[in-house]
Ligand binder design. Structure first.
Ligand SMILES: [Zn+2]
Length: 362
């Protein structure tokens, strides 16, 4: 099937109460691994790319590869292509044109500025509403889903360094949804981007009660968890065992993600885990088989490692088995949802004269 709007995938997940992984890709092998895992577990899936991934891989090439996977390779899997952390309206508009079926506008930070520490400053609530509303206008006009963010996450994603962390205020979140019309909302509940989410040896704590509150206030809005990689110990150990230096990496335990999903989280963003899986597999080949120099000899195992982990994630989030639950809709179909008034317009001309004409012929 063609790429579907992310709203379709998340609304279905919301009805049935499961989570859907949104996996970052930069290259062919990551995409193949994630799609193969989705096909093997019969899971709907969200493929997401950051602005730096768009630069790295050539945005048109990435979009074409993902479309090919959805249309030709795995037509049985509902798949969305999503822009992760869209920094500005230009990027949003560009991705809509390229055929993305979902975009995030991250209005929580001002990506056009950096403070004295090199961090993007947080935007005010009003500024965030204004830019998000503008993104909704651009995207919804094409039937494309929009994710916004309220509150700011910590950590590093690509070169995006956030300033101070502000947890999401549920009252503000409700107001934000009302004013902007976003379909999905990223919450700041204490997760952060990257491989070092919590200090080692400390109790891992997330403000999970924020999810309950936001979900109760905005039950139709799909809630999004950023920085949700689990950073599995065996993956980090493999990297370090073969000469890597990723000390004290700590992620969000899978059980905690499952708890978040129970409370209403629907989109679970995973980037770091895929990076670690690739690096571990490649390092292992380089150390154990130094005579190898064909990229397929190390990218192949890297692809397998990503697939093996994503399979587990899809099962853990409850996504597995849901690919065939619902009929696909297109971004064009979404226009009827976003602009219902237009559906009633243009009353049909009566078919009667045609019938009469037919009768006369008889
Ligand atoms: Zn993020």
């Amino acid at each position: 099937m063609s790429l579907v709007p992310m709203k379709l995938i998340l609304d279905e997940a919301n009805k049935a109460g499961y989570g859907v992984g949104a996996f970052n890709v930069n290259n062919m092998e990551q995409l193949q691994a994630i799609c193969a895992a989705a096909a093997e577990t019969s899971s709907p899936v969200i493929i997401q790319v950051s602005r730096n991934a768009l630069k790295y891989a050539d945005k048109g090439l990435l979009a074409a590869m993902v479309s090919y996977m959805a249309e030709k390779k795995y037509p049985q899997i509902p798949m969305s292509l999503h822009l992760d952390h869209g920094p500005d309206l230009e990027t949003v508009a560009e991705c809509v044109k390229l055929g993305f079926t979902s975009v995030m506008i991250d209005g929580s930070l001002d990506y056009s500025r950096k403070d004295e520490k090199g961090k993007h400053p947080a935007r005010s609530f009003e500024e965030n509403v204004a830019i998000t509303k503008a993104a909704v206008k651009i995207a919804h006009a094409a039937g494309v889903t929009v994710e916004g963010e309220i509150g700011t996450l910590g950590g590093i994603e690509d070169d995006t360094v956030a300033g101070a962390v502000h947890l999401t205020d549920p009252v503000e979140a409700e107001e934000f949804v009302k004013q902007t019309g976003v379909d999905a909302l990223a919450l700041a509940i204490g997760t952060s981007h990257g491989a070092y989410k919590f200090p080692v040896g400390h109790e891992i704590k997330l403000a999970l009660d924020i999810i309950d509150d936001v979900h109760r206030r905005s039950p139709k809005t799909a809630l999004v968890m950023h920085g949700s990689s689990s950073v599995p110990k065996q993956m980090v150990d493999l990297v370090n065992q073969y000469g890597g230096k990723v000390p004290n990496a700590v992620g969000v335990p899978t059980a905690m993600i499952q708890d978040a999903i129970k409370r209403g989280m629907r989109k679970v963003n995973i980037d770091t885990d895929g990076r670690l899986a690739i690096t571990g597999a490649i390092r292992k080949v380089f150390v154990e088989q130094p005579q190898k120099f064909d990229p397929r000899d190390y990218l192949g195992p890297a692809r397998e490692a990503v697939k093996a982990w994503m399979l587990e994630e899809m099962k853990a989030f409850g996504t597995a088995g849901h690919a065939g639950d619902y009929k696909p809709v297109s971004t064009k179909d979404m226009l009827k949802v976003y602009f219902p008034a237009k559906k009633k317009a243009a009353p049909k001309k009566a078919a009667k004269p045609v019938k009469k004409a037919a009768k006369r012929k008889k």
